[in-house]
Design a protein around this ligand. Structure first.
Ligand SMILES: C[S@@+](CC[C@H](N)C(=O)[O-])C[C@H]1O[C@@H](n2cnc3c(N)ncnc32)[C@H](O)[C@@H]1O
Length: 333
């Protein structure tokens, strides 16, 4: 099967890393057949890809039915599609076309719907409000990709979890879609530790995809606030402790599958005068405590390789005029 991932436009490279990290962590064999702009197409023989629901930075995923050039023969091309590979006359359907590029072909939705109806000799029903199957046509550089939607990210749900809408709030908390992608890039399948939990923004996203959540914060009010926020989103499987990130293994007496965190930045750290020493000690403690990967956010690029980490990648996001967040994807050497 060929799957098309339509990635977020504002953080496309990070979105691509999220998909690839999940494919790799679930041991899926795949080949990238196309990757340009917001489009990522892979070929795989795995029929069920059950991690797809975890994605934070992919708008939707299509199981590709057809991929063709849009030209004057498009009618004929559409009439040759074997629609029964994905649709059935017992089920209802709807067609949606995303076409920001080619204004000439603004009737593609109708052409595709007609081709489906004709193929099933009008025995298939369209339902525009509550269809059982959704066919999406995507126009990209004069190509038309048609597929059945197998996943669409729930925008409303993510918006409901924006930092300012949580009971315990801090303006420094990460956007929930980015937090979700950080977790997926960490390749965690069972559990996450956030040693600077703050308001619990990262742990909320981990809990919602069924991971066990562990947190640490030096301030008692953040420990209580994180627990309040987790409970507010129905997450009960947590262990949040009060303590110093320099002492992860002493506090928990164990290590963790993956660590995902947003470290304290300059102005938020009244706690330590020698911030560089604090970073070094905390990062050594993190290095001792993870098995697969860690993803660490900081307001600058940090030489994690000098401490013994392997730097897989660094992604930079401008948050506002005085803050660019650098997300370091790290593994063991
Ligand atoms: C940037 S915030 C974390 C933001 C978090 N990702 C969120 O969504 O709210 C940093 C947090 O680290 C905590 N902190 C600072 N120094 C610490 C240390 N040495 N050990 C543990 N927590 C610490 C602060 O109390 C603060 O709550």
């Amino acid at each position: 099967m060929k799957l098309l991932f339509f990635l977020s436009g504002s953080s496309t490279l990070f979105a691509k890393e999220e998909v690839i990290s999940l494919l790799n962590s679930y041991g899926i064999k795949y080949e990238i057949t196309f990757s340009e702009g917001q489009l990522l197409i892979i070929k795989t023989s795995n029929i069920i890809i059950d991690f797809i629901f975890r994605l934070g930075l992919t708008h939707f995923v299509l199981d590709i039915i057809s991929d063709s050039i849009i030209d004057e023969k498009i009618d004929k091309t559409l009439s040759e599609i074997q629609w029964d590979s994905q649709l059935n006359f017992d089920r209802t359907f709807k067609v949606r076309v995303k076409n920001k590029e080619n204004r000439e072909y603004n009737n593609l939705e109708l052409l595709i719907a007609k081709s489906i109806s004709k193929y099933f000799e009008n025995y298939i029903k369209a339902d525009l409000t509550n269809p059982m199957d959704e066919i999406i046509g995507l126009v990209f550089k004069n190509n038309l990709y048609i597929g059945k939607k197998i996943f669409e990210r729930n925008k409303k749900d993510f918006n409901k979890r924006k930092p300012q809408l949580r009971p315990f709030f801090s303006p420094t908390s990460i956007d929930p879609r980015i937090a979700r992608a950080m977790i997926n890039i960490s390749q965690a399948q069972k559990e996450i530790l956030d040693p600077f939990t703050g308001t619990g923004g990262i742990l909320i996203e981990a809990g919602l995809i069924g991971l066990d959540t562990y947190g640490l914060d030096i301030e008692e009010k953040s420990v209580i606030g994180t627990k309040t926020n987790l409970l507010n989103y129905g997450i009960k499987n947590f262990d949040i402790r009060s303590g110093d990130a320099r002492k992860i293994s002493e506090i928990f007496e164990r290590n963790f599958e993956s660590i995902v965190t947003d470290a304290p930045y300059g102005r938020s750290t009244k706690i330590d005068k020698d911030k560089e020493k604090m970073y070094r000690d905390c990062f050594f403690s993190i290095l001792e405590s993870f098995k697969k990967r860690c993803v660490i956010g900081l307001d600058k690029e940090y030489p994690f390789d000098e401490l013994g980490f392997r730097i897989e990648n660094i992604y930079s996001f401008r948050v506002h005029k005085s803050l660019t967040r650098h997300l370091h994807v790290l593994s063991r050497r």
